[in-house]
Design a protein around this ligand. Structure first.
Ligand code: ARG
Length: 445
């Protein structure tokens, strides 16, 4: 008996350390990417025959194949017949929105859960289209925050999200439920006064603080009327300069950036002068607005693709006449003003208002950015290094460089010759994990 115990002890003393060794975490995985052509986002240049060394979720090294020797037996992803780029960034999405819901009444029939289910699908489509980061600038409270957290936890696939709360609106503004009779009492849930509708400096401060309390990364404010809202005019300012200043001050105090929806000429200038960090849409910007944006380093995020969809499919899906008319007023001018802003040297970041058109089609905007004045390389910078700067993530994303997250995409055609190549992203890696691979024909081992 004693002998049996003894031999058991001996056995254990042999087995336990072996077990401990087995349960020790393996080191981070190393993968080498062979890039036939690499546009790393730090310049306009393309370099051939490059190697990207990925360790865990970060890029460890980037260099010519002649300088980085790949050890035999290492995991290799062969993109030697493709152009490799940094993961793309869309600075203006609404992941909770569907582009097939344009009848007037849907807002009142959909529950928050329907938007959340749609968001799960939309997040995956966005990532698979090559967009490894987005700034989501408006959903019900606090869908984008929860979506961001679920993606970060690894529960569902999707891009990195810089999340806002609902866009902050004046009473009767772009973010309010308009055109009910005064006898009808409509309330949103949660109560809109707590998170969304604000009149006067004090209410603005409250709403910004409440949004920060519930975890937003960025504040979105609606500084003019809109196209897809009822009863307001895209050209008209909403909020006074003092209110906008209070919003910017409050956001910055909390370490958040603030984006302003602004179509109208005056509202754009009010927002820039108030210290807002980016102007969304900027449709009716004039030369003074362009100059102010440039002087103050404010990014313009001009969604110049979606006019096609709004005046096409959205009408089929029941878009009311009022909104169609408003789109006709701003759509063409926005594209022309984009060209003027490019010539005027304003900083541009890529943002499309995804959700107005179907998620995953984000890259369709590149064609228009090039048609209206950018070179393909500049358009790609708008969606990589510039966008990373605007969303405050330049240390982590936006270029293919040592130290950054391994957010890397590839296309088989040459996007610097034909920017539409970006509409067919064949390979997507986010944080070192491959989410799509129609190019190498192999799984990294
Ligand atoms: N969310 C924007 C609004 O309702 C969409 C504007 C789209 N039109 C355009 N030309 N960019 O105002």
């Amino acid at each position: 008996m004693r002998r049996a115990v003894l031999s058991l002890l001996i056995l254990l003393s042999l087995v336990v350390p072996a077990l401990a060794q087995q349960t020790q975490k393996p080191g981070p995985k190393t993968v080498y990417i062979r890039a036939g052509r690499l546009f790393d986002g730090t310049s306009d240049k393309v370099r051939e025959n490059m190697v990207i060394m990925v360790v865990g979720d970060r890029i460890q090294n980037v260099g010519p194949a002649s300088a980085i020797s790949i050890p035999s037996g290492a995991a290799v992803l062969d993109l030697s017949h493709a152009t490799v780029l940094p993961g793309l960034i869309d600075c203006h999405t609404h992941l909770g929105a569907r582009a097939d819901r344009y009848d007037e009444i849907y807002n009142f029939k959909d529950t928050p859960f329907q938007h959340a289910f749609a968001a799960v699908i939309n997040a995956r489509k966005t990532l698979e289209a090559g967009f490894t980061s987005v700034r989501d600038v408006g959903s019900e409270p606090f869908l984008a925050v929860d979506l961001r957290n679920s993606i970060n936890e690894g529960l569902i696939p999707g891009p990195r999200i810089v999340a806002s709360g609902p866009g902050i609106s004046i009473t009767g503004g772009h973010g309010d439920l308009n055109n009910f009779s005064p006898q009808t009492r409509v309330t949103m849930f949660p109560e809109e006064r707590d998170f969304q509708i604000a009149d006067g400096v004090d209410q603005i401060r409250h709403v910004v603080r409440a949004q920060v309390k519930y975890g937003v990364d960025v504040i979105k404010i609606l500084a003019t009327g809109g196209v897809l809202s009822k009863g307001d005019s895209p050209g008209a300012p909403q909020f006074t300069p003092e209110e906008l200043k209070a919003a910017a001050e409050e956001a910055h105090m909390a370490g958040r950036k603030i984006a302003a929806h602004a179509h109208g000429t005056q509202g754009i200038k009010n927002a820039i002068l108030a210290g807002i960090d980016s102007i969304e849409h900027a449709s009716l910007i004039d030369d003074e607005g362009i100059r102010l944006a440039k002087e103050r380093g404010v990014y313009l995020v001009m969604d110049i693709y979606n006019d096609d969809y709004i005046l096409g499919k959205a009408i089929e899906f029941g878009l009311p006449k009022e909104n169609v008319e408003k789109e006709k007023m701003v759509g063409r001018l926005q594209r022309e003003n984009f060209e003027r802003a490019v010539k005027g040297g304003a900083k541009m970041a890529f943002g499309t208002d995804a959700g107005v058109y179907p998620h995953g089609d984000n890259a369709k905007q590149f064609f228009y950015m090039v048609k209206f004045g950018l070179t393909p390389a500049q358009a790609i910078h708008a969606a990589t290094s510039n966008a990373a700067d605007l969303i405050g993530r330049a240390k982590d994303v936006g270029t293919v460089e040592a130290g950054k997250f391994a957010d890397v995409i590839a296309v088989t055609d040459d996007p610097l010759q034909n920017v539409r190549a970006l509409e067919n992203v064949g390979f997507v890696m986010k944080g070192g994990a491959v989410f799509k691979d129609a190019i190498t024909g192999q799984a990294a081992h």
